[in-house]
Write a new protein. Structure first.
Length: 144
């Protein structure tokens, strides 16, 4: 006689690992989105500092700087803002790609595969239980 619960246990462990894998993929998308938001915040901070420098306002960052140093800071901030714009656009493209990949392909295939696998597991479980019943019935008949 075979124990179908042992097979079900192993199957459930595999299902947990599959779910952890899909969750990891979704967390990866979330990580990319957080990186994008952090870059956007950095760009906003740099832009506000640049605006202060261009309007000749005093801030903690530029209080002790000379005019040449302030001009150099303006150039550096403009370059950082431009680089941040390119990076943010790349993050947006990556997030869109991951979203499309997950939404149209990965999750649908995952759900379909899981439904098929679940049906096969139930069928296998039932067959083993019926086989076990037949074996135990045959054993009872042979003993009597």
């Amino acid at each position: 006689m075979n124990n179908p619960y042992a097979d079900a246990y192993i199957w459930l462990k595999g299902e947990q690992l599959d779910m952890k894998g899909l969750l990891g993929a979704l967390i990866g998308r979330e990580t990319v989105m957080r990186s994008q938001m952090a870059m956007e915040q950095k760009r906003r901070d740099n832009q506000s500092e640049l605006d202060k420098l261009e309007m000749n306002k005093t801030s903690f960052k530029n209080f002790f700087k000379s005019k040449n140093s302030k001009d150099q800071s303006k150039l550096t901030l403009k370059a950082d803002i431009e680089a941040a714009n390119h990076t943010i656009e790349d993050y947006r493209k990556l997030v869109n790609f991951i979203t499309i990949q997950h939404g149209h392909m990965t999750i649908d295939k995952f759900k379909g595969h899981k439904v098929d696998h679940y049906k096969r597991m139930l069928r296998s479980f039932s067959v083993r239980e019926i086989t076990n019943c037949h074996i135990s019935a045959n054993l009872c008949h042979s003993i009597l």
